[in-house]
Design a protein around this ligand. Structure first.
Ligand code: HEC
Ligand code: HEC
Length: 369
């Protein structure tokens, strides 16, 4: 918890003390800006996501569904470094589209180079998160609540409230027009900022992977190795005890022993325990979804495993023994683990077949000024 707080305090404190990007870029004409960032229809879910059997069938079926206008606004805000004090950090600094909105380093670095203690998780298909648990320890209950978190942390930063962020966005005159377009009037408040960002996030869907095409009936979509890996994943490998459903997560919390220090008999991060204070949640973290997992390296909440092969070998030996090890991966329970080299390779091939389409994006080239 502590290191993460530091990160958010850093980001928030930075926001508070920040000065506006001034004078540098000359004003972008709004016709030009809109041509470069057109309003696009809210996308349909790709193969494997949504549909009648897996509600919401489409994003339009959500309560207060994303609108194209809000998604355009949220995309700008998500990528806008001016939301941080020294104009160096945006949501997208840590949640990069090319890494399926995770990042390629073990822990995040916030403003002023401060390191957090956890890795920025990937997020796609957020409208299908089966239980509303956000963060590795599940401490945020809604996406909108979550989106406000990184921007400020009033108690720990010792300052007042969300007004800082609102004031900063309000000073960028060009944004008013797009708040009006999205919400009916030019008022800028934190609910609108987080709503727009959360709506953009919800449109980042991932599907139509080789696995989805295989499940939909294209038997040639998976290689022979990936097919064997799939059988193992859903069979004797016991992976889908926890990695299940369209996002391959139960949105629940488990202790695999990641971060356990044998010498001191402690965890570097107590995980879910911080939220529930239940003994069994010590060292437990949220099961991450596995879509596009080949793009999430390094792996786990602390980024401690470099490759998928390393992760699979870790499971093969039944995790790291510790007093709170989840019985669903404990070797005494799952005797069939101990994968052969060939099986490790097959499992990796299956995990790679989860690379999908629909979330990809690049940073906008121009922003409201
Ligand atoms: C300095 C890096 C950094 C920045 C900037 C950042 N995040 Fe995060 N984000 C993280 C880390 C690290 C976590 C995991 C924290 C934890 O679980 O305790 C996280 C977690 C999340 C999650 C939870 C995903 C899940 O499945 O639980 C979402 C959603 C998210 N961030 C969205 C955002 C948005 C929106 C912004 C901008 C307003 C943002 N982040 C800015 C690093 C960052
Ligand atoms: C008991 C529940 C459980 C089982 C069974 C399980 N996992 Fe996991 N998996 C998790 C949790 C929880 C994490 C995150 C742990 C952490 O960060 O401390 C995780 C993390 C991962 C990651 C890293 C993802 C990322 O983005 O960092 C991969 C890959 C993975 N599991 C694959 C598998 C495979 C393959 C199997 C079967 C051999 C499997 N899991 C079995 C719960 C489980």
């Amino acid at each position: 918890m502590k290191p993460l707080r530091l990160k958010y305090i850093g980001l928030a404190a930075g926001l508070f003390c920040g000065t506006l990007l001034s004078g540098a870029a000359h004003a972008v004409d709004s016709a030009e800006l809109e041509a470069a960032n057109p309003i696009v229809p809210v996308p349909a879910p790709p193969l494997g996501i949504g549909g009648e059997k897996n509600p919401p069938a489409t994003l339009a079926d959500l309560p207060d569904p994303p609108t194209p206008e809000r998604v355009r606004l949220g995309r700008w805000l998500f990528f806008d470094k001016r939301l941080s004090a020294d104009n160096t950090i945006a949501c997208a600094t840590c949640h990069r589209p090319e890494n399926a909105f995770s990042e390629p380093s073990p822990v995040s670095t916030g403003i002023g180079g401060q390191k957090g203690g956890r890795k920025a998780p990937s997020f796609t298909n957020l409208a299908w998160a089966s239980l509303p648990h956000f963060f590795w320890d599940g401490r945020a209950a809604s996406l909108d609540e979550q989106a406000g978190g990184p921007m400020i942390n009033p108690i720990e930063m010792g300052h007042e409230d969300h007004d800082v962020v609102v004031a900063k966005v309000s000073k960028i005159k060009g944004y008013a027009k797009y708040f009006k377009e999205s919400f009916g009037d030019e008022e800028i408040n934190i609910q609108r900022i987080t709503k727009a960002i959360a709506d953009y996030e919800r449109t980042r869907m991932s599907g139509n992977s080789a696995w989805d095409r295989y499940v939909a009936g294209d038997k040639s979509a998976l290689s022979d190795d990936a097919k064997k890996g799939r059988t193992l994943f859903f069979g004797n490998g016991f992976c889908n005890n926890c990695h299940k459903g369209p996002n391959l997560t139960d949105s629940d919390f488990h202790n695999l022993g990641v971060g356990w220090d044998e010498k001191t008999q402690t965890f570097s991060d107590i995980g879910r325990f911080a939220v529930t204070k239940k003994d069994k949640d010590t060292g437990a973290f949220k099961t991450p979804g596995l879509r596009d997992v080949s793009k999430h390296a390094p792996y786990m909440h602390d980024g401690s495993m470099k490759t998928l092969e390393e992760v699979v070998r870790f499971y093969s030996k039944g995790g790291t023994p510790n007093p709170h090890l989840d019985r669903k991966i404990d070797r005494r329970f799952a005797e069939q683990l101990d994968f052969s080299d060939a099986q490790v390779n097959q499992m990796v091939k299956f995990l790679e077949s989860l690379d999908g389409e629909g979330y990809q994006d690049t940073a906008p080239t121009s922003f409201p000024q």
